[in-house]
Design a protein around this ligand. Sequence first.
Ligand code: SF4
Length: 398
Amino acid sequence: MATFTTRFLGCKVSQTDAREIRERLLADGHLDGAGETDVAVVNTCCVTHEAVRKSRQAARRAARGAERVYVTGCAANLAGGAFADLPANVTVVPLRSERTPAFVAGDVGAIACVRDDARLDRVRAFVKVQDGCSFSCSFCVIPQVRGESRSRPSEALLCEVRRRVEQGHREVVLTGINLGCYRDREARFDLPSLVREAGAVPGLARLRLSSIEVNHLGPALLAAMRETPSVSPHLHVPLQSGDDRILTAMGRRYAAATYLRRVAAAEGFNLTTDVIVGFPGEDEAAFERTLAVVEQAGITKVHVFPYSPRPGTSTAAADTVPPPVKKERGARLRALSAAACARHWRAKVGAADAVLVDRRGRGYGDDYTPWLVEAPVGELVRARAVDVSVEGVVGVAA
Ligand code: SF4
């Protein structure tokens, strides 16, 4: 029996992949530990140069506290050996996510002591419905490291949602690299049908989507979300840029007007997004169009990513916007986002909401607004907004 830790860097899919490795090790009888352990798993991210640097740092740190370290996930699959100079106790696992848990478990050494109580300590569960991406955005390294889009069978997914609810999770988040590509052709399931079925699982308090490309945000999906009571009225729809010339150069397959039209149909949903600042060729006018689209769309939170060229992508050799300009644009966009966020939160004062408490004193409302409330972790409580702080809406029991 080995003691182990797992950690992840990056997105919810990376978190889900790390959790799958953890559950596989638990199922083999190994023990989740803390501090110095026999094994450490670091599930990495390569979405930016900075993410790779942090992944390498995490692996190096893990190598000091564990006898064996497994480096898995996106950066482990990056061509060019991002982890070439790490200590000898580090094993890089350049495998697809489906094969990684079995490889790590096999290497650690299964001891045939099966535990079936692999309960996650989180209030919400992330259920990965598909992996990979068959799009080819010019800046993105993900299709290289995760491969083409493939979906899990709907029955397995619904089983997992039921299992998570039985384990005590109140909220399930459907995740994927490109969620809207979800298809189970044999069962004739697509994302809208999955939302309806998963959202109807008895005992599930809340279902959310992690992120959806605007091209997949159509009437069928919106209807499924609106007509399923457990579904959270929150949508994370990556914009990346509000300028058509930059969107074309990015290979994003939509224009700014299309984005605005599609999100306008999602009235009543809290809208958040991702934007890349400083993409090659982005001038001041293009950036200002991005600011305008963010405002017009009614976005309440922007995750800002300064452009960073990734190896093997079609823009790998291009980085024309100087770092200080990227920094200044990033700051302006963050300021716009903070103002929109504050307006969104302030509008809630006096109203009540269902808050899922996921940490001491904190939780998320129905539309993924952060709330500060005092209630036991794991509870879904009715709260009334009495104020706003820099961290979220301040609530009291309603
Ligand atoms: S849709 Fe574009 S940005 Fe998203 S994973 Fe696919 S290639 Fe990357």
